[in-house]
Ligand binder design. Sequence first.
Ligand code: NAD
Length: 362
Amino acid sequence: MSKTNINIAVLPGDGIGPEIMSEALRVFDAVKEKSKFTFTLEHGLIGGAAYDSCKSHFPEETRKLVNKSDVVLFGAVGGPVDKQQDEKWKGCEVNSILALRKELKLFANIRPVSISEKMIDISPLKLNPNKLPDLVIVRELLGDIYFGEKKRFFEGDLQVAEDICRYDSEQIEKIAHFAFSLARTRRKNVSSVDKANVLETSRLWREVVSKVSLEYPDVTLQHILVDNCAMQLITKPEAFDVVLCPNLFGDILSDAAAVIPGSLGVLASASKGAENKYLFEPPSGSAPDIAGMNIANPVGMISCVSMMFSVVFGENHISEMIKKAIDSVFDSGIFTKDLSNMARSKIVSTSQFVDEVLKKLK
Ligand code: NAD
């Protein structure tokens, strides 16, 4: 970043979004003085929360806010799964987070998944302490079945629905270069996920990724079918380094990979867009089943703040400081309810967990 004052748009959204966002901002406030940058934070409405106030899931005011901001911190959007057809929630995700990704041209989503030796007991998987998983899922964000034409029509009495799955070679090349460049900074291994035995978009994906790989002879490439990848992510996650996925497979596999650290609530993700715009969001949804109860795990949202310092500002020392504080709270046996399967654990609320993180930061 060449500028010194950074504009951050804060979009808490719905459900647990506002709870985990306000807690993550307490951590941000505690470390921001250590940065060489200064920050201006502005809150905006998105999702059902925006619909309540102006009957739009992505109001013009929020559009202007994200466009003038350098970074977006995003909580979650959406209502209860059985209320998706209610006026307030109908089309909410498509109109808000998907529209936001399009608006900021967020083409790449990076979701790191790792676990430290001290945390190995949290994972429901039997992990080998000598070979701990440390992988990054790179997901293409602007193509695939999510953005293709959607149709509902009748053939006689039969109701039919269609979602067009589309990729072009330019989109695939862009995300492939991103993944190979990232792999060069890691263990130099890319696993490209597709369903090339069935889908034409996957066959194009495989061809283009193979072609791009020729420019990175120091990086090993393996192509893997999505069903096999889903199984191997659970049975031998330590075998993966960079997992390159089209949009839909990346969405599903990155949630599946959440089983490694033990909860969806502990993961973070960064999305990179045009003109060096960044959006950080935890991969979970709005978790309506636990919203407003002060029991959500805030670690994913706090880790978004941590990732922001390393990815956008290159301030790895601040990022590490936050990570160590979280690990040290876990290490002292303190968890939120989603990780309550831990023996000898003390279960605390969302805000109590953050109190502990702040104590460690001090
Ligand atoms: P979800 O991710 O919200 O919840 C799945 C399960 O994980 C729930 O049991 C929930 O309690 C738990 N969970 C999620 N985050 C947690 C946390 N931080 N701490 C503890 N437990 C946590 O998925 P869902 O229930 O299928 O979807 C709910 C809504 O979220 C839907 O409207 C969906 O469309 C939306 N959604 C939004 C996004 C987004 O905003 N990017 C992503 C996925 C789903």
